[in-house]
Design a protein around this ligand. Structure first.
Ligand code: RP5
Length: 161
């Protein structure tokens, strides 16, 4: 399997979660994405985490909206680090997703990112940073990405009317 497994509760989450995949692509980290729902396919959660551990996956990214139990339930089934991305819900704009993911009870950890596209991109970045702790090529690309980001800010730092 790929180094990073991106999971989400629905196909409808992909427009947000694809930002994690894009970031991983940019940083040269291999990924695989699947739909696994805590509510609609609960039987797949444990088997997917077993498959991930046996397949040498390093990091799980899990995105879900609404009553977003997916990241926490996946974390319950694995020792791998799980980063949760709250996806915007139609009625509550993702506040429900955020609160569902962030408030884990002590003893089962989920690293919670921001709501939406930025959170998904940063989940990819954070996953790459984990991979970068033992892969100097990935670490080098992260440093270059950060330097380019800094240069872009500096080039446009003077504001005029
Ligand atoms: C959650 O319900 C998914 O993660 C998604 O964000 C939300 C809505 O799913 P759909 O009704 O669009 O399939 O399980």
């Amino acid at each position: 399997m790929a180094s990073v497994l991106i999971l989400m509760g629905s196909q409808s989450d992909w427009p947000v979660m694809r930002h994690a995949a894009t970031m991983l692509d940019d940083l040269g980290v291999d990924w695989e994405a699947r739909v696994v729902s805590a509510h609609r396919t609960p039987d797949l959660l444990q088997s997917t985490m077993q498959e991930a551990e046996q397949g040498n996956v390093r990091v799980i990214i899990a995105g879900a909206g609404g009553a977003a139990h997916l990241p926490g339930m996946l974390a319950a089934f694995t020792h791998l680090p799980v980063f949760g991305v709250p996806v915007q819900s139609r009625t509550l704009k993702g506040i429900d997703s955020l609160l569902s993911i962030v408030q884990m009870p002590k003893g089962v950890a989920v690293g919670t990112l921001a709501i939406g596209d930025a959170g998904a991109a940063n989940a990819g970045l954070l996953a790459a940073q984990v991979i970068g702790t033992h892969d100097s090529d990935v670490a080098g690309r992260i440093k270059s990405f950060r330097a380019a980001q800094r240069d872009k800010v500096m080039q446009n730092s003077k504001l005029e009317l």
